[in-house]
Write a protein that binds this ligand. Structure first.
Ligand SMILES: [Zn+2]
Length: 189
């Protein structure tokens, strides 16, 4: 079979970097880089047929919500900690959220993908934090928007906590969401 050079081609999340020099039967094995940063070796026929489109993170993501290379995404962390604040009495911020009757709407609570779809359609970016427009209202599509942390502060989100000490906690919670989930998990325990 004539070898076709596919270096530089993009298949799904994969960018073909180079020929590994290895073969599997008549198929060349290519070294690819996934958008999540992982390197992976893929057979040419699997690339051609788009059978393989990621290092494996795509499949995991569909299964578990939103992880890439084993790490949960920031947005997933936001979703997770939002639910913890509202539904887990052991959570540090619970008394200011769940304890005050703030809930996460059922669609979001039950489906990360629904929350993610709303987030992406409403301007979510990795530097933004979720804000409730009515501070007594729930986490739901009608009452939420994305703001930078400093906008969130200006809008008085922090005053609701009643003072600097509590504001600090919110900053810490927001900061946690900015960190890779590995750390996040440890610190939230
Ligand atoms: Zn990947």
């Amino acid at each position: 079979m004539r070898k076709i050079d596919i270096t530089g081609q993009k298949v799904g999340r994969l960018t073909v970097l180079s020929d590994t020099g290895k073969n599997s039967g008549s198929h060349t094995i290519w070294l690819c880089r996934c958008d999540c940063g992982q390197l992976t070796e893929v057979r040419s026929d699997r690339l051609r047929s788009s059978h393989t489109k990621s290092c494996g993170c795509l499949r995991k993501e569909i299964k578990h919500g939103d992880s890439c290379g084993g790490k949960k995404s920031r947005l997933y962390g936001i979703w997770d900690s939002m639910k913890l604040r509202c539904f887990n009495p052991k959570q540090q911020g619970y008394k200011y959220y769940g304890g005050k009757g703030i809930k996460v709407c059922d669609e979001w609570k039950n489906s990360y993908l629904t929350f993610k779809a709303w987030a992406l359609a409403n301007g979510y970016q990795d530097n933004l934090t979720i804000d409730r427009i009515d501070s007594d209202g729930n986490y739901c599509p009608e009452n939420c928007r994305w703001l930078t942390l400093s906008e969130n502060v200006r809008n008085g989100a922090f005053k609701r906590w009643g003072g600097e000490h509590k504001a600090e906690q919110e900053v810490r919670i927001s900061a946690l969401a900015l960190e890779p989930a590995g750390k996040n998990k440890r610190r939230l325990k």
